[in-house]
Design a protein around this ligand. Sequence first.
Ligand code: HEM
Length: 160
Amino acid sequence: MEPKTAIPVPSLYEWAGGMEKFEAWTTLFYQRVAQDAMLEPVFRDMSPAHAQHVAHFVAEVFRGPTRYSDSEGSHYEMIHHHVGKYLTEPQRQRWVRLIQDAADDVGMPDDPEFRSALVGYLEWGSRLAVLNSNTDTISEQVEAPMPKWGWGETGGPYIP
Ligand code: HEM
């Protein structure tokens, strides 16, 4: 019997379609945020580079290139952007809803394994953002490493 060849498991970044896909996703999302009655006031003063920075941050967490931490920020700085913003649970839920709709509309992979990992990350990250926003101090170390996210319990995409 032929031994099974091990197929390397792609990173979430690779499976999603690379940086262009992340940038298209967050660009569409923040265009919609700017038109959303609940979230527009929260993001009214965001920088023109905001959508790109969030794309590069999540791409790096999903094991893509280290563009965010090389030149745009760090995990500590990302947390710092949320501190003292006093975000609410309804705002978080709206953020999660809109970013998932944008994932559908830019054609992010919709297989169960990828979406399980994506939703898990968005729930985790958005809840931390709300927690951090409701304090005025950061307990995280300045040199804290970027988080890393993987496939979780499913272990990888379904490859027949
Ligand atoms: C996985 C979840 C999240 C990630 C990865 C994330 C990431 C980021 C990053 C990278 C920045 C800095 C952007 C820049 O450099 O311009 C930022 C800023 C910010 N985020 Fe988040 N964020 C998340 C969740 C949320 C949620 C749920 C909210 C609100 C409901 C929120 C509100 C904000 C605000 C208000 C800023 C500052 C905008 C400004 O510059 O005025 N974030 N976030």
